[in-house]
Design a protein around this ligand. Structure first.
Ligand SMILES: Nc1nc2c(ncn2[C@@H]2O[C@H](COP(=O)(O)OP(=O)(O)OP(=O)(O)O)[C@@H](O)[C@H]2O)c(=O)[nH]1
Ligand SMILES: [Mg+2]
Length: 382
């Protein structure tokens, strides 16, 4: 029998030639009888206990590291709870690393630069984790960063772990997820954390709050306006790198380097006791990478001696607490069934001009307050 698609009118005649095949029943998996999946040969992923996660990460088991990060990235409240328990146990093993943020416009060469730097560092016996963060991915729909194609050699090395950007989802949380992923990677023994982000305004500020050293990658020859880089962003950077300083670009790169070096004199450094410098690199030709790394090492030494390294990390820890509070309050509110029910009604009243937005927000918050007052319950466990 021929089945008509469901959009065909019921009493339609032969003029509708489109037909669909009858689907297979839900038991049939499309495989021949011999290969058919049955309950016995479907391999289910064993669920892991808190200790399985913790021990797996601490022993550097890549599958478990990846699963722990997946747990962190999950938007399910149940996974969130479990991930927090795992993190609590991993936290004492974290921190022993240098966290480096790398930003720049799309195509500036961030991934290629990371490939060059990463391969150099692996030869020097470091273990590298490359994370991508794209807080705006809810707008751009999907993560464009952390692509392994530009990090071909690096991604195959067992001393390197590459993780593309988590998707933001409706309830956000990319910053928290990246912060927590850093903890996992450090606990697993990765001593250099590279965080790649596309420079599109807000992203740089977010990444600055996650890293020790922040590097801004620019392209020689492209005007500043074209690169969308504002003075405010330059002020976040501990170093500027003019990339693609090769071929016809060499002279322009040197001019840009000198111009930016002069400009930096007039800007405030983001890091106490540190003067940001401008470098020239060619990530594809592997040139200038050593100098940038030397600068990172000098930075680490300087800020550890003057204590700013620890001051900044402490500030970031406290900021993390407040990010979590905000995120939690936000999620509790928008996930609450009563709130979900009331929102369309109150929104409509605003649209009909019956109540002003301030009143609408107040009303919803009042409803929420009443809900939490009727569900009191406090635990003292820390
Ligand atoms: N000539 C030259 N080309 C480069 C250099 N670095 C990167 N490229 C090229 O620039 C293009 C973009 O490089 P990516 O490393 O993907 O740039 P990206 O900044 O990571 O890009 P997004 O992740 O999309 O934001 C690629 O075709 C690279 O081969 C360089 O130093 N010199
Ligand atoms: Mg990239």
């Amino acid at each position: 029998m021929v089945n008509k698609p469901n959009w065909v009118p019921k009493n339609a005649g032969k003029e509708f030639t489109t037909s669909v095949l009858k689907g297979v029943g839900n038991i049939h998996d499309g495989l021949s009888k011999k290969n058919r999946l049955t309950n016995t040969n479907i391999i289910r992923r064993k669920s892991l206990s808190i200790d399985d996660y913790v021990n797996g990460v601490l022993s550097g088991n890549r599958t478990i590291i990846a699963r722990t990060i997946t747990l962190i990235e999950s938007n399910s409240p149940k996974h969130f709870e479990l991930s927090q328990k795992v993190l609590k146990k991993l936290l004492p093993f974290s921190g022993n690393s240098i966290r480096i943020g790398i930003t720049g416009v799309p195509g500036a060469g961030k991934s290629t630069f990371i490939e060059a730097l990463g391969n150099k560092l692996i030869k020097e016996n470091h273990k590298i984790a490359v994370l991508a963060v794209d807080p705006t991915s809810s707008i751009t729909k999907g993560s464009v960063l952390g692509d392994k194609t530009r990090m071909e050699v690096l991604s195959r090395n067992e001393n390197c772990f590459i993780r593309p950007s988590p998707s933001a989802g409706k309830l956000g949380g990319v910053t928290r997820k990246t912060r927590e992923t850093i903890v996992v990677c450090e606990a697993a023994g990765f001593d250099i954390i590279l965080v790649e982000t596309v420079g599109v305004g807000q992203n740089e500020i977010t990444v600055r709050s996650l890293v020790d050293y922040f590097l801004l990658l620019k392209i020689a020859g492209a005007g500043d306006e074209l690169q969308g880089i504002k003075k405010g962003v330059i002020e976040l950077a501990d170093a500027l790198v003019i990339n693609k300083a090769d071929g016809d670009n060499v002279t322009r790169a040197e001019i840009a380097r000198q111009e930016f070096s002069r400009a930096l004199h007039y800007l405030k450094s983001p890091t106490e006791g540190w003067n940001p410098q401008v470098f020239k690199t060619s990530a594809t030709q592997n040139e200038g990478i050593d100098e940038v790394w030397e600068n990172i090492m000098l930075f680490k030494d300087t800020v550890q001696k003057n204590n700013f390294f620890y001051i900044r990390r402490n500030k970031q820890l406290i900021a993390w607490v407040h990010t979590l509070i905000k995120e939690n309050l936000y999620n509790q509110f928008y996930r609450n069934d009563d709130i979900i029910k009331h929102i369309p009604m109150i929104e409509n009243k605003v649209l009909e001009g019956k109540i002003p937005p301030t009143f609408a927000a107040q009303k919803l918050l009042e409803i929420y307050k009443n809900i939490i007052h009727s569900n009191k319950g406090i635990t003292n466990e820390i």
